[in-house]
Design a protein around this ligand. Structure first.
Ligand SMILES: Cc1ncc(COP(=O)(O)O)c(C=O)c1O
Length: 437
């Protein structure tokens, strides 16, 4: 397993942020999400220092769906980043941590009236309209609260850059945004700009996740710039902003290439400047929305080994005390991870094993056929790079208690979310208080 961030081998025991995993296991129990705060801050600093241009202002919006907690919003705010939300739950979490409302941006392809009201009433920075109908709903909410709202329009630009490659054909059926190829697209924008309750900032796109190919971003930027130019000419308006979304790739295992965030940011800035110059277009501000690239590598999950099993079929399982409830990604889309027995780093004997969770699902596998140092019950297995879409996609399946989250830095640990209790697990349940025979 590749050591990430502040991970260190101290006499055979892994340390993160200056704290040994044994100490973390003892103090907080397992499963436990551990975030290396220094690594996370370094990722943010790298993006901030390189996503800059002399020709336009830049805004970095942290995509909170990757991982969100009140503590995380404090880190994001301290770094001077903005933040996005996709649901009233995310919005509530962010607002309740006193994050500056003007730096919050709301996404979602089916925002409820309640969600729209929440955005308008709290005067958040902007709403990214998914479609033409939302413009009417947002305008109605503005009338109700006597407010004006900044809006962008999410575009489907016809580039589908999911996982490593980009193709220019299969993307038109995405549920997100309005297509730039739609013959009504000019009138859709025209309707939005005519609403006096709305302040139209510009266009948004997001071409996918885990993108390693810089050219996919450049292709997207070129399309966005050309489209912005076309609309500003046809409607004779100034469009001040574009937002090109997130999706910057992350190395999970040796199968992925290592990504230099500074390099990719500079490349994107170069593509933006080039595209704007050749389109003879001026843009005031360009935003990006990184999520995974900020938190994925900073997060690790600690598990305690319960036991092992060699099956008649020859598979050797190591059983851990969590699983698909704290990390659904392997079951959901065959995501791969690197793991290590973190309290036995000097154990040289290695075996090919499958790391299985404790849920009642055969698919509850965290890592299949991986090389792991030998371990026994009570040992600590660390799965690295679980910081994005692990905690945020966790569930109570089999009534698992959601694990605690700690941030670690310089020998100190900070409890960010406590482990769920049995009482909390049933707190919303009611029992019949009458005879139902
Ligand atoms: C609109 C939007 N912006 C940003 C992101 C963040 O992507 P990533 O975490 O891959 O950077 C997503 C992810 O789905 C998204 O849908």
């Amino acid at each position: 397993m590749k050591y990430l961030g502040t991970m260190k081998d101290i006499d055979g025991v892994l340390e993160i942020g200056g704290i040994s995993v044994k100490k973390l296991q003892k103090e907080y129990g397992t499963p436990l999400y551990v975030y290396d705060l220094e690594l996370m801050e370094n990722k943010m600093k790298n993006i901030k220092s390189s996503f800059k241009s002399d020709r336009f202002k830049t805004t970095i919006v942290y995509a909170s769906k990757a991982y969100l907690s009140k503590g995380m919003t404090q880190v994001v705010d301290r770094m001077g980043f903005h933040i996005d939300a996709v649901s009233s739950g995310e919005l509530y979490t962010i607002l309740s941590s006193n994050f500056p409302a003007k730096k919050i941006h709301m996404h979602g392809n089916n925002k409820s009236l309640e969600e729209i009201d929440m955005c308008v009433e709290n005067e958040i920075g902007s709403i990214i309209l998914d479609n033409r109908f939302e413009a009417d709903r947002v305008a109605e909410a503005c009338k109700k609260f006597n407010k004006k709202m900044n809006v962008m329009l999410r575009l489907n630009i016809g580039i589908d850059a999911h996982t490593h490659e980009y193709i220019k054909t299969s993307k038109h059926s995405s549920k997100f945004g309005e297509s730039i190829f739609d013959r009504d697209i000019v009138s859709i924008v025209s309707e939005i700009i005519q609403k006096k309750e709305l302040n139209f900032l510009g266009f948004h796109c997001h071409i996918g996740s885990q993108i390693f190919d810089e050219m996919a971003f450049c292709e997207g930027i070129k399309t966005m710039v050309e489209f912005t130019k076309k609309i500003s000419q046809e409607l004779d308006i100034v469009i001040p902003e574009i937002n090109i979304g997130g999706g910057f790739g992350v190395r999970y295992t040796e199968e992925d290439t290592d990504v230099d965030l500074k390099k990719i940011m500079k490349k994107i800035i170069g593509c933006l400047e080039e595209s704007l110059e050749s389109a003879e277009l001026t843009i005031e501000n360009v935003s990006i929305e990184p999520g995974r690239s900020i938190v994925a590598q900073a997060g690790s999950t600690l598990y305690t080994v319960g036991g092992e099993k060699k099956t008649f079929g020859g598979e050797k399982y190591i059983f851990i005390d969590g699983g698909m409830t704290d990390n659904i990604r392997p079951a959901l889309y065959q995501a791969k991870y690197e793991c290590i027995v973190a309290n036995r780093l000097d154990e040289n004997k290695k075996e090919i094993v499958t790391l299985a969770g404790k849920c009642c699902e055969s698919g509850d596998i965290i890592a299949k056929n991986i090389k792991l140092n030998r371990c026994v019950a009570g040992d600590i297995v660390l799965v690295s790079c679980t910081g994005a879409y692990g905690h945020s996609m966790s569930s109570n399946y089999n009534k698992a208690l959601r694990p605690a989250v700690v941030f670690v830095k310089n020998g100190k640990s900070y409890l960010i979310s406590k482990r769920e209790t049995y009482e909390e697990l049933v707190q919303n349940d009611f029992m019949f208080n009458e005879n139902i025979d």
